[in-house]
Design a protein around this ligand. Structure first.
Ligand code: ADP
Ligand code: MG
Length: 691
């Protein structure tokens, strides 16, 4: 074993197994590990001992406070710090942290969105320890805080957070996968869902950022003409990383490693000033928590380097936006079920899981799309740089050929080598390459050799919603398949299995698409195939209320219909608020920053016209007058655009967005005509450069 040459102990700020063994009695460690690894119920009798150990361990790292760390429906993380120390008399303190403090918290939670599940007058919300994600210490310049990952629910037990349904969906997958594995005579074990979340982000210089009220308030630019040089030279992607950025990245990685977050790769992304960080995959619940910490760390460290990290899906129009590729798979008994394997038994399991995924995506593409519904993502999906809003599956040539041969079934010749019928559970699959050569970047949901890569999620989204949806729909499909497979007679098991897979592929193969997802032809083709194309948040969210989907989530034990409805309300309200906020910011900027600048330019031009005329100079007079006319017309258009936006702010979201686009078009055109000395906002050409 070799350690990192830097002076960092990996995971030193996580209460991991090593720390547990150091601070807890052996029996307690075993009990705790049993809950963490085998999902056994928590034994409350160990809570006091664990709390005491956690306190000692955290205080050694400088912690003065503890907090329950949870993920409300805002999509971010929440924390309310409590000091360990309590005064005893007037001159002394005592450090206290009990099992009760560890297990349960009661934040005054009235301001978190609940979608009507909890009225403010009975605003009690509870946080409860999630033993499966280890506690960690967050360090800051003047101290440190012990963070305890928790779930968050209402007094009556309804979920108010993103973690609880994720955990429930993992249970649904576990039930389904166990059942399927039993059909194949596999030993009793449990399913582990894995996630590797590739995080894209932009960096901008903080000084410039502070001069852009749109970036500061909305996380994206509401105005800005594209610079002559953007990403057309394709020289940023994988280019050499500038020293300032590399120094920032190194600090981010070191912080993450200390927290036991396996940051693995870093590179320049396609757009200028865009970058990516990818961790090694981990167990899903942990990977989701870790991604939340990755986002926070990126932001915090950027600030120390005079930079701002933008996690918005589309900070700059006209250049690529940022996504978060969710690499998802499921393992059972330590084996990745989306790895085709080398023998017919493993192949048969792989094909059954694959068929379940195909069925799930075809039947519930709407649910998966809804999970990516996020205002920022509307600017990205379908913008010819990210997958379209149509959910389809890319399988690659080799696997598509395998599927075709199963689908053809008895109609094909029995000659396996010539690409004829493939006998499931008897023949061995041809090797499915894992290389990147045939990667189709235009697909929202791509098979990449041993996992699926869901590329539609937005860069700022909490992965839990997306993975919760994926788990739920796949669990339903695996259960349906398992129910059928259970009925097969032993003697004709493989023939029966083949027939089931054949039917599933025939019924649901329409969702497989290996072509160019960016092309207009695909939009038409997808419509013919009957695949939904839900372009905007309101369209996508609406499907959550369909009876079929309420039923699906309820049957899988993930979200009760009232919980689902409350989520719809929360997400829709968030969307509406964001649109309105952007509209207001755009209006204010146009009126108080852009208009005065344009007036100044017009005034200067008018003065020049006047002076030129007074001096009896003919040369240039026509140009000056024409320019003044153009700018003057632009000013009129801008003023009209503002009035239109003001009116739209009293109407619905669609009207606001339309009015914002019209206003932006006028402003961006003016930006290209006004003298640099008068343009009041940092331009894209500067924002997209890091020196
Ligand atoms: P790329 O997509 O850039 O070619 P990789 O295929 O190596 O890179 O991996 C991308 C991400 O997928 C990484 O975060 C990696 O850890 C993750 N990954 C690899 N195997 C699995 C798996 N079985 N389950 C979930 N994620 C995985
Ligand atoms: Mg990728």
């Amino acid at each position: 074993m070799e350690s990192c040459p830097l002076d960092i102990a990996y995971g030193e700020d996580v209460f991991n197994e090593k720390a547990m063994r150091e601070y807890l009695a052996k029996d307690t460690v075993e009990t705790l590990l049993h809950t963490m690894n085998d999902r056994a119920p928590l034994d409350p009798s160990i809570a006091n001992e664990v709390a005491h150990a956690l306190k000692q361990w955290a205080m050694q790292r400088g912690a003065t406070h503890f907090t329950h760390w949870f993920q409300p429906l805002t999509g971010t993380t929440a924390e309310k710090h409590d000091a360990f120390f309590e005064p005893v008399g007037t001159a002394e303190t005592i450090a206290r942290f009990s099992g009760k403090n560890l297990i349960m918290g009661e934040p005054d939670a009235s301001s978190f969105p609940s979608g009507g599940l909890r009225c403010t007058f009975e605003a009690r919300g509870y946080t409860a320890w999630d033993v499966t994600s280890p506690a960690f210490v967050k360090r800051h310049p003047n101290g440190a805080t012990l963070c305890i990952p928790t779930v968050f629910c209402s007094y009556t037990g309804e979920v108010l957070d993103k973690k609880t349904p994720l955990l429930r969906s993992m249970q649904a997958m576990d039930r389904a996968v166990r059942r399927l594995m039993a059909c194949f005579g596999e030993p009793n074990s449990h399913a582990m869902i894995t996630l590797g979340a590739e995080q894209e982000y932009f960096l901008v210089d903080k000084e410039l950022y502070l001069k852009r009220p749109d970036l500061m308030q909305c996380g994206r630019t509401l105005f800005g003409a594209p610079p002559a040089r953007n990403q057309q030279l394709e020289d940023h992607y994988f280019g050499s990383i500038k020293p300032r950025v590399l120094t920032f990245m190194e600090e981010v990685e070191q912080e993450l490693w200390r927290l036991g977050i396996p940051a693995k790769t870093r590179h320049n992304e396609a757009a200028p000033a865009q970058f990516e960080l990818a961790p090694m995959f981990e167990e899903l619940n942990l990977a989701v928590d870790h991604n939340m910490m990755v986002m926070e760390t990126l932001r915090n460290v950027a600030d120390r380097h005079g930079l701002v990290c933008l996690l918005h899906e589309k900070p700059f129009a006209g250049v690529n936006g940022s996504g978060k590729h969710n690499n998802w798979s499921v393992a059972y008994n330590g084996k990745n079920l989306l790895d085709p394997g080398k023998n017919p038994q493993d192949n048969a399991i792989f094909l059954s899981v694959l068929a379940s995924v195909i069925r799930a995506i075809d039947l519930h593409a709407d649910v998966l799309r809804a999970s990516t519904a996020h205002f920022g993502n509307d600017h990205r999906l379908g913008a010819l740089e990210a997958p379209p809003a149509i959910i389809s599956i890319f399988l690659g040539d080799e696997l598509t050929e395998v599927i075709r041969r199963i689908e053809q079934g008895a109609a094909a010749s029995d000659d396996n080598d010539k690409g004829g019928k493939l006998r499931v559970g008897v023949d061995t699959l041809p090797p499915i390459p894992r290389d990147t050569s045939d990667r189709n970047r235009t697909s929202p949901f791509a098979f990449t050799g041993n996992k699926f890569e869901f590329r539609a999620p937005g860069s700022s989204q909490n992965c839990s919603g997306v993975c919760m949806a994926l788990n739920t729909i796949v669990a339903e499909s695996i259960t349906v398949l398992a129910e059928e497979i259970e009925q097969l007679p032993k003697a004709t098991f493989h023939e029966g299995l083949e027939a089931i897979l054949q039917r599933v592929i025939r019924e649901h193969g329409r969702v497989i698409f290996n072509g160019d997802g960016y092309s207009a032809a695909w939009v038409e083709e997808a419509q013919k195939r009957g695949l939904p194309n839900l372009r905007t948040v309101p369209e996508a969210l609406a499907v959550l209320l369909d009876e079929k989907n309420l039923d699906l989530f309820s049957k899988q034990g993930v979200l009760h219909p009232t919980e689902m409805r409350s989520r719809y309300d929360v997400f829709f309200a968030e969307y509406a608020r964001k649109v309105r906020l952007e509209g207001k910011v755009a209006l204010e900027m146009a009126r108080t920053i852009l208009e005065p600048a344009i007036m100044k330019e017009l005034g200067a031009l008018a003065k020049m016209v006047h002076h030129t005329q007074a001096a009896g100079i003919q040369a240039g007079l026509r140009t000056l007058t024409a320019k003044a006319e153009t700018i003057g017309t632009g000013l009129d258009e801008l003023a009209m655009g503002c009035t239109a936006l003001e009116t739209a702010l009293g109407q619905d979201e669609k009207a606001i967005l339309q009015a914002m686009t019209s206003l932006r078009n006028v402003a961006d055109k003016l930006e290209t005509m006004i003298g640099d000395c008068h343009w009041p906002l940092p331009k894209y050409r500067d924002l997209l450069q890091i020196h």
